[in-house]
Write a protein that binds this ligand. Structure first.
Ligand SMILES: [Zn+2]
Length: 393
């Protein structure tokens, strides 16, 4: 399916630009018109790591007029095996700044915008709205789902890529013309099921294979040439040296872009959705975890329990466990709400699924409250095992 160009052409190319991009200009499908569209394009790379490195280098060389880089990380020696936009002298520097310097060296005509910050639910919509196209090179599920949701909610296309060891995948998700990431993967994998590249490794050059597919697709979308990877998943096996294309259909039951969407705004907590628990939280919950049924038994036996719901007010509106008080996780982590916790009572924390309460428990224990536990499975488990009459979400 050919699609119309995503970006309007710039008014003109300068003499310098005509010289620089001559090898593009003489391809009839690109030509002056395509190069002017590239000049006018605003592309954001999420992450200046494995995929972002080759993607940014080629987007810059191709003459994409505005390139945004969002990355909060700093360059580590172990990045240099694959993150070719950074060099030895960049170790310790913010990746966004290091990447920007490399881009300016390759093509000073590119307007580089540095977002030296973590992408989160509070800034993602505003940042994305400044760009025509997103190139997603994130390596974790929480950010990936957030990128997808924000792009769909804003009606923007994005080029997605993923790498692990010798295997890569790429696709273009554009809700208006095809499926989104949630159509392909409705649920994140259970925590710990899919190892990250940091745990499992990645062949450095695989980044170039997948990153170059992403740039290829970005250029096609911007200029409106060829058949973009909308509705198709590219699967690459570097060991077999095999590329396969798999059809991906829009899921009519997709929670985000389906006929009756249940996700109509960004989620409160993508870490929570993806079930990612930090090592500190994991440690804090050891011998400090109770079931919803045990909590009910404590309450019934008259045990003096200080029950804290660490979810957000909007969730508290939907359902709550009798006897609980609402203290959102953020207020506990910032220390702001610690004075509300009693020293002489059993503290019980719960959230929706047990992920945020584990994080809050770590903070509570760190603050010296020894008699604290959290509820495994959170209020979801309470609804399932204690009180099915409560609404769930
Ligand atoms: Zn979808």
């Amino acid at each position: 399916m050919a699609l119309p160009p995503l970006v309007e052409p710039a008014a003109e190319l300068t003499i310098d630009e005509i010289r620089r991009y001559s090898r593009h200009l003489i391809i009839p499908d690109v030509g002056m018109d395509g190069q002017k569209r590239l000049k006018n394009a605003k592309v954001l790379a999420v992450g200046a790591g494995g995929l972002g490195s080759p993607a940014l280098l080629y987007l810059a060389a191709a003459g994409v007029g505005t390139l945004g880089i969002i990355d909060f990380d700093t360059v580590d020696e172990s990045n240099l095996q694959r993150q070719i936009i950074h060099g030895v002298s960049d170790v310790g520097r913010p990746k966004a700044e290091s990447a920007a310097d490399s881009i300016r060296e390759i093509n000073p005509l590119v307007n580089v915008i540095i977002h030296n910050t973590a992408l989160d639910r509070d800034n993602v919509m505003e940042i994305f709205s400044g760009y025509d196209l997103i190139v997603d090179g994130t390596d974790n599920f929480a950010t990936r789902y957030m990128v997808n949701d924000a792009a769909v909610l804003l009606g923007k296309p994005y080029v997605w890529g993923s790498i692990y060891r010798f295997d890569g995948q790429a696709s273009v998700f554009w809700e208006e013309h095809g499926p989104c990431y949630r159509c392909l993967y409705p649920e994140p994998p259970p925590p710990g099921m899919v190892p990250s590249c940091a745990e499992g490794g990645v062949l450095g050059v695989l980044c170039a294979s997948i990153g170059s597919i992403q740039v290829n697709e970005a250029i096609k979308l911007i200029t409106g040439i060829g058949e973009p990877l909308v509705g198709r998943l590219m699967v690459y096996d570097a060991l077999e040296m095999e590329y396969r294309k798999i059809k991906v259909r829009k899921d009519p039951n997709c929670a985000l872009c389906g006929e009756n969407p249940t996700v109509t705004e960004l989620l409160e907590d993508y870490e929570d959705f993806c079930g990612a628990v930090s090592a500190e939280a994991e440690e804090a919950t050891l011998n400090a975890t109770i079931t919803a049924r045990e909590l009910k038994d404590w309450q019934d036996s008259g045990k003096d329990v200080f029950l804290v719901d660490v979810r957000e007010p909007a969730e508290w509106e939907i359902n709550r466990i009798p006897g609980a008080v609402l203290i959102p996780k953020g207020e506990i982590l910032s220390g702001e709400a610690l004075s509300r916790f009693p020293q002489d009572r059993q503290i019980v924390l719960h959230c929706k699924s047990g992920v945020r309460s584990a994080e809050a428990l770590a903070a509570i224990k760190q603050a010296g409250f020894k008699d604290a536990v959290h509820v495994q499975g959170g209020i979801v488990s309470w609804v399932n095992t204690v009180d099915p009459s409560l609404p769930s979400y």
